[in-house]
Design a protein around this ligand. Structure first.
Ligand SMILES: [Zn+2]
Length: 470
């Protein structure tokens, strides 16, 4: 029995992301860096701390009052629980305290179900339902629910981890949002920071937030987290958003892949990538969302769009300012590394596209009028005929314009394949547009022509930005 009781005080990491975030939150509440370091005593103390936070709401009339933070959060996290019963208004603070204490206590071993914990397989201490386990999380474990029982068997450390989950999350807008990763070394400091913020928020006077939250604020928080981390990120980073309230049952998990998480981190960690980051961010902005928030959103669901938006933005600048923007050079280390590390382009293919861009820059740079440059850009836009453009230019290249030392073929078969017969063809073309601009900037070329001719490129830029990325 002692062994079994010991187990009910020992936190294990399980395959459940919510439980894992909660386990690290318990570790943070106990001021240790990993759940493995929790002793029975420090675990008990951490659970007691959480219970004390809930007990403090017993003297509060309304959730909006000072000290009502956990009462307010409870409607979203633990609806119809002992902290917020319908009859709460008629209960005395002592009655409220009694119910909360009873809810959070380890059940008497005599009433434990003879069932293994759905998360860790050790003996469960009780059947738990949606009050303690947010919907969607329990769904995964539906098969473990025995006939005649409502709920899921859990051991005490696992259910305590679920209770601790909100400490490791950001609670706002009626939802809990947490960062999760299977990389424990990353998860530990991220959860620690979240716990610190939640504790501070719980103590502060309640603030009424006005208006809608900024677009993609939760995704942006993940981007800031990965960019601030000082070690290599070994796994993808998940954003878990949930609500367990009666009004809305929600569990949404989005994953930022490991390659882009690590790449975003490199934009702070590596000096050669730091310089262009602001331009890359500016390129992602829309009228609704800030550039960095939109970059964060695309990092989750459409990494290729980051490249496409960047080239469209640069072309837009050419049309607005009538010069090739100098930012192109600063962006180069970001764009090439992004293509290789995030979009998974082959390094050799990227080198081929750069060589092709050098030939195109030599070709286009021979004419200071913006027409030929615009013609190439137009061929890349929606409805443009890039292949036709190459056909007409190839003859020109062979017979007239080829500078000494450049190969006779403008578009060799390998390059043709990359641009016209490859699943990443669209991204290769955008990279080519970028590389041509970079090569022209390096050569000191600038368009000299009428304003109209240059402004003409504006619709090309828009078309490059609007186009579907796949
Ligand atoms: Zn368990």
């Amino acid at each position: 029995m002692t062994d079994v009781l010991d187990q009910q005080h020992q936190v294990l990491l399980t395959p459940s992301p919510l439980q894992r975030v909660g386990a690290f939150a318990l570790a943070s509440l106990a001021r240790v860096s990993h759940p493995d370091q929790l002793t029975a005593d420090s675990f008990t103390a951490a659970v007691a701390t959480m219970t004390r936070h809930l007990l403090a709401t017993a003297d509060v009339a309304k959730a909006a009052d000072l000290g009502g933070f956990w009462l307010g959060a409870s409607y979203m996290l633990w609806p119809n629980s002992k902290i917020n019963p319908t009859a709460r208004g008629k209960q005395s603070p002592a009655q409220r305290r009694e119910l909360i204490t009873e809810w959070r206590a380890l059940p008497d071993p005599a009433v434990w179900p003879a069932a293994p914990c759905a998360y860790c397989d050790r003996p469960a201490c009780k059947w738990f339902g949606k009050v303690d386990i947010p919907l969607g999380v329990s769904v995964e474990h539906r098969n473990t629910t025995a006939p005649g029982h409502e709920g899921t068997p859990l051991c005490y450390p696992c259910v305590a981890s679920l209770w601790a989950f909100p400490y490791g999350a950001s609670l706002s807008g009626g939802r809990a949002a947490a960062i999760h990763s299977w990389d424990d070394a990353f998860l530990a400091p991220m959860t620690r920071l979240a716990v610190k913020r939640t504790l501070a928020k719980a103590q502060a006077p309640p603030v009424k937030t006005k208006g809608d939250p900024p677009w993609y604020a939760r995704e942006l928080a993940v981007l800031e987290a990965v960019r601030s981390y000082d070690q290599r990120i070994h796994c993808g980073v998940e954003l878990i958003v949930l609500s367990n309230s009666n009004k809305e049952q929600l569990l949404r998990v989005q994953e930022m892949g490991q390659p882009i998480a690590e790449w975003l981190r490199s934009t702070t960690a590596r000096t050669d990538r730091r310089a262009g980051y602001r331009t890359l961010v500016a390129a992602q902005a829309s009228k609704d969302a800030s550039g960095e928030a939109f970059l964060a959103k695309r990092a989750f669901d459409d990494p290729a769009a980051v490249l496409h938006r960047t080239t469209a933005y640069l072309l837009g600048r050419v049309s607005a300012k009538r010069v090739l923007p100098a930012e192109v050079s600063g962006l180069a280390p970001l764009v090439y590394s992004y293509c290789i590390e995030v979009l998974n382009m082959d390094e050799k293919d990227v080198a081929r596209i750069k060589d092709l861009a050098a030939r195109l820059a030599a070709l286009l740079g021979q004419d200071s009028r913006p027409g030929p440059f615009g013609g190439f850009m137009r061929a890349n836009a929606k409805g443009g005929d890039l292949y036709g453009w190459f056909r007409s230019q190839s003859v020109q290249w062979l017979l007239k314009t080829r500078p000494a030392g450049m190969p006779r073929t403008l578009l060799p078969v390998e390059e043709y394949r990359l641009l016209f017969d490859d699943e990443r063809a669209w991204s290769h073309r955008r990279l080519l547009v970028f590389a041509v601009m970079e090569a022209l900037v390096e050569a000191g070329w600038q368009p000299k022509g009428s304003a109209e001719e240059i402004e003409d490129i504006a619709d090309v830029a828009e078309s490059l930005a609007d186009e579907e990325t796949n």
